[in-house]
Design a binder for this molecule. Sequence first.
Ligand SMILES: Cc1cc2nc3c(=O)[nH]c(=O)nc-3n(C[C@H](O)[C@H](O)[C@H](O)COP(=O)(O)OP(=O)(O)OC[C@H]3O[C@@H](n4cnc5c(N)ncnc54)[C@H](O)[C@@H]3O)c2cc1C
Length: 327
Amino acid sequence: MGDIIVIAEHEKGRLKRYSLELVGKAAELAPQLQGRVHAVLVGEGLQALAEDLGRYGAQVVTILETPAMAAQYNSDGFTTLLTKFIEATKPSVVLAAASPMGKDCLPRVAMRLKTGLIADAVQITVADGKVVARHPIFAGKALVDCIVKSEPQMVLVRPNVFPVPEPNKNGKAEVRAQAADPGQMRAVVKETIEEERGDDDLTEAQIVVSGGRALASSENFKYIRELANAIGGTVGASRAAVDAGYISHDHQVGQTGKTVNPTLYIACGISGAIQHLAGMRTSKYIVAINKDQDAPIFTKADFGVVGDLFAILPLLSERIARIKREG
Ligand SMILES: Cc1cc2nc3c(=O)[nH]c(=O)nc-3n(C[C@H](O)[C@H](O)[C@H](O)COP(=O)(O)OP(=O)(O)OC[C@H]3O[C@@H](n4cnc5c(N)ncnc54)[C@H](O)[C@@H]3O)c2cc1C
């Protein structure tokens, strides 16, 4: 029983949505563990973000200030900083997102702390003073509840499985800033190259345009990309499209892919198998384009178009581009 530390991430001056989800979840669990919610940020000039975390439920926020890592994630540096911080703070639980950073860094931290880590959790509860994390096994065929017996209990949580709490404008965290030494870093990030529009982080996207098996080739994914570009969306895909090699696995939405939670999800030539729905069913508005009027996706769609996507998508992208041009 004790405090929960949330490893909070930020990019381009904004907190990652999954970090806010984790703070909200931690605030729900902390009373059952008789502890506090303690968030940690790494970088410089992060006072405003620390205060934001307070509005979402963090009671204490520590900023590990290090000029070397003001903007860039670094495996060695983050591992050293977070290990030292957790050793000094002695929490019961550490929560981080199963993001690229979380998946790279937290197993290293767990090794150094000689504790256990549960990866890819989709639910967290508390029983007998311990956190119980549920996560998929056997490529998503079953779910298992796990407990880390040692402390801190470390859990990587899949993004978009918890709601982001409503911010409380009176919520205030105690913000502590401390200079931190990342130690020796064997590699440094010299340059970051922005991905082409349409390949942004799916888990953070507000608009997702996904293509399925019906696309029939990687070239035809241009229709998905064009629509995504036209409406400022990010490209997703079904597993059938990924398995067929039309697009890479990092675009896969679903039980064995990414969980998304956008305002608008457009499913093109996707039947709506339960494993696909598992990754996008919480989208606010779902639009389906499918030539089979009995496709299961239509039972989940707010708006459906029955027709051939190869006829519909170019028209849609062109019409949106024209509206944008003509204002
Ligand atoms: C353990 C396990 C995990 C899985 N994990 C995932 C996962 O993470 N994500 C995932 O997506 N799937 C997952 N699957 C696979 C899932 O069961 C489906 O097989 C898959 O989602 C089907 O993809 P699809 O809808 O693109 O293809 P299909 O089911 O073949 O559907 C294609 C659709 O396109 C329509 N269509 C065809 N031509 C056109 C056209 N010209 N215009 C418009 N519509 C057209 C058809 O009517 C059809 O509805 C998993 C399966 C298992 C067993």
